[in-house]
Ligand binder design. Structure first.
Ligand code: F6R
Length: 242
């Protein structure tokens, strides 16, 4: 495990973007596992900036996102498909046929998850997986208690996650999807490199627990202690307790 200290969110984003950029320069046809959420938005913005300056080219890259709400069509402004296009894909040259997000519109969970695992396999596995971390230690939608050995699967969202997400659905809990398709911990652990970004004092406690406490399914991110190439880039506030 490597921990890189950044001054603030902007610095964290630049450092994370540098690592992704190095990956793409070393392997132009790299497979990038991507995440949504507020943590990586600055990283995407930095990559867009370098793309616009001609410093990075995504034309051969494949992207495979971590998760998607079950039951939301792609066009829904809260779908992760929509988020990724708005925050990244619409501004860079990743080829549309090399962009993968779990198919939240497929009601057949077993089929949707099986197909996603097949996509990852056909791509040759993930070279670099970008992650954020939830306050309870979740990664993707793998909530506390999630089995470490799962591939892509359908999860019921916890009360806390529904509560945390309700701000994106007019603050109406009844509009928040109840399930999601997510890569499993096994999928994440099979990525050849894992890069986590964490920012803000509200993440300090969980960062300490996940990376300086026991490895346990109760703190899903803690398994990353066992990953052979795990890099945590955190800002001062997120790393303040370690
Ligand atoms: C995003 C994802 C989630 C987030 C986590 C942290 O695709 O799967 O696990 O990474 O909830 O979210 P933020 O970055 O908004 O604090």
């Amino acid at each position: 495990m490597k921990i890189i200290r950044a001054k603030d969110y902007k610095d964290m984003s630049r450092k994370a973007a540098n690592i992704i950029s190095a990956q793409v320069i070393m392997k132009p046809y790299a497979v990038l596992g991507l995440a949504t959420g507020s943590s990586p938005v600055g990283t995407y913005a930095q990559l867009i900036d370098w793309y616009n300056k001609g410093d990075i080219d995504f034309s051969e890259v494949t992207t495979i996102n971590l998760d998607e709400y079950r039951g939301l069509p792609r066009e829904h402004d809260q779908s992760y498909w929509y988020f990724m296009h708005k925050n990244f894909f619409d501004s860079v040259n990743v080829q549309p046929d090399r962009i993968f997000v779990p198919d939240g519109s497929n009601p057949d969970a077993a089929e949707a998850c099986r197909e996603y695992d097949a996509i990852i396999q056909r791509a040759g596995g993930i070279d670099l997986q970008l992650l954020g971390i939830g306050h309870d230690g979740h990664i993707g939608f793998n909530e506390p208690g999630a089995a470490f050995e799962l591939g892509t699967h359908c999860v019921d969202l916890t009360k806390e996650t529904i509560e945390a997400n309700k701000r994106f659905f007019n603050n109406d809990e009844t509009l928040v999807p109840r399930q999601a398709y997510t890569m499993g911990i096994k999928t994440i652990m099979q990525a050849r490199k894992v890069l986590m970004v964490a920012s803000g004092a509200d993440k300090a406690q969980i960062i300490k627990k996940a990376f300086f406490g026991p490895v346990t399914p109760e703190v899903p991110a803690s398994i990353l202690q066992m990953h052979p190439d795990f890099i945590l880039v955190g800002d001062q506030d997120a790393l303040s307790l370690i």
